[in-house]
Design a protein around this ligand. Sequence first.
Ligand code: ADP
Ligand code: ZN
Ligand code: ZN
Length: 752
Amino acid sequence: MVRESGGEEPPLYCEAAMPAPLDKTFTYSLPEPLRRRVRPGCRIVAPFGGRRPAGVVLATHSVKPDYDTRAVLRLLDEEPALTPELIALGRWAADYYCAPIGEVFKAMLPPAGEIRAAKVVSLTPAGAGAAARFLHADEADDPHVLILRALERRPLTLPYLKRKYQKAEAALRSLEKRGLVKIEAQIKEHGPRTAVETGALAAPRAQTAAPPRILLNGAQQAAFEAVAESLRAGRFRSFLLHGVTGSGKTEVYLRAIEECLALGRSALLLVPEIALTPGVAAQFFARFGDNAAILHSAFTDAQRAKQWRRIRSGRVRVAIGTRSGVFAPLSELGLVIVDEEHESGYKQEEAPRYHGRDIAVVRARAAGATAVLGSATPSLESRRNVDAGKYALLRLPERIHSRPLPAVTVVDMRREFVETRQSKLFSRTLANAVEERLQAGEQAMILLNRRGFSVYALCRSCGYRVECENCSVTLTFHKREQRLLCHYCGFAAPPPKTCPICQSEYIHFQGSGSEKVEEQLRSDFPRARIARLDRDAARGRGQYEAILNGFRERLYDLLVGTQMIAKGHDIPNVTLVGVVNTDIGLGVPDFRAAERTFQLLTQVAGRSGRGDKPGQVILQTMHPEHYAVELAARQDYDAFYKRESSFRKNLRYPPFAVLAAMIVRSRKPEEALALSGKLARHLSPPLAGVRMMGPAAAPVVKLRTEYRYQFLLKSGSRKSIAAVLKQARKFALAQSWPQTALVIDVDPMSLL
Ligand code: ADP
Ligand code: ZN
Ligand code: ZN
């Protein structure tokens, strides 16, 4: 390792980002033995308030501050955990998102302490003998015996044993004293293992045989060539890869990564949370195996830290990750790919509220890397960047093997009612199409983007709707569990037998969710084998995969679900996609409602007809004339982009203006109101060129027990918005507001 400071005097102080919602770094003195070891990017433990948290050193120096400093207590990394490139990126993100620097750096690293190797417990030869003797003994409750048996298979970490077994610590102490186990500080690094082996990922199909070499089609080849040329040039360039569903975007990504590796640089692939499971990631591991690491928020801390270490050490050159994977410590980054770049999952909805896709492009720019954003339904922001000359557009206008896009039928549910005088969940068109698929042995997906059985519980006598105790929203009825559930905070209550207001017995459950669709399908098609995929049916990753794989292997004829079924899956035998109600998302008070609806409908339609047999799509709607529905039915992205752009331009919404949201919140409604009023007075009049709307009650005024008042800031100038946000934050700090009272959201994706 080359040391910049060479033979010079070592630094006396360091500037550290500490995990607190504050905008500044903190100066600590370096005790003599640490002066030559603490470098920018290293994590340290230092006194902070009454605690001793881990922080990240951003710089070292010898400028004595004019106040007494406290000393660093411990150094956690001998080699910096963050590269200078990532330190700069973190500083940029803190500034851009007006986010506390300590929180940004905390989000960039795996949980503190876990990067260090955990203590490992293993059996001594005497311990192995003892374990063998216990093998058949029935002393299942004795922690000594349980631990010895567990260790018989392999060494285990101390934190794991403590979590798993009661009184593990005392038991281990006595086992150690008796010479049966040894506890060591260092972890024995196993050879690099793929995520498949660690159980992080389902084994990809046909994993053993090398995947057959696919010949790229003309459009894929042209897209690949453009990216490869940029990789060879070794300078920053951004591409938007707009490929219709089933056009083979993944193969272009894989080739680009191969090219990047061949040029001696590393590559990063970001995928939305849900796609990490079977599809893209499996192909990725089949291709890159041991040279790839996966970063996934669903992993345990230890798993994440391990993958992170593999990347940081340079042993793997390809990383795949969700949102936070954008901070993967790859060096000599040459390529950053963001798959399904339009997905809202890239935006973190808690502090620091960054957008993984946008940071990816900034990171690529700083690294002189090539960025590729891919989607069948690009976000308005990314597509606009093409028009603005910032991104080059690559198109895959056709499906693989020139397969046709599915034929779409729009069913007007108002007419359906007039003609049948019945308000059924499924129109005659959809019911007939399902029946045909069942006859033909083909499969269908039925989407209703709302989970639960019915939308709310209503008293027919007095009109009361059962609401959440913590949020100002109605509770959703979940029939199988026989409970009412809040989809915002998870609050659950048994369904009332009588109205709590008027005691009437006429409680009705109104509206439909995916659970009701499933029940209705079972009664309408009693012979069909039906599975459901939503957040209730798929609680963990295992269940999600089991359901999807079962469907893929044709154990089911019909798959019902929420937007979960719309994403990325490539199941050739699916020839019908039915959308029960296209209108759910259109009523949401958010300027992106049309865009989200268009994306969802286009994506779910794209699941149909991906094999040899052509596909069909049926959209049931009360608003067949709405442009999001109509253009999704025509699968005409360009027309949608044009139409939506003119709406956004006229109302000055992103991407034609910069938007930021501020929320003032408190458990006491009068306090939330008073604080937001004070902030409004302080900020008025806002800077020239910034429009401030609010404060107004947020659409969901009470969320997780807090009352919320919202400001929206709009401007043509990002600088001006940033200035107003900083002013707001300064005010909150000067007025000693509680740390959580002011939420700042730059480029907000959700305005609820
Ligand atoms: P997208 O992500 O654009 O919806 P996929 O990447 O899932 O599309 O590709 C759709 C299917 O086509 C996949 O099964 C993939 O293996 C296959 N495929 C991709 N490129 C080719 C090609 N050049 N020749 C044959 N099959 C291909
Ligand atoms: Zn009532
Ligand atoms: Zn709630």
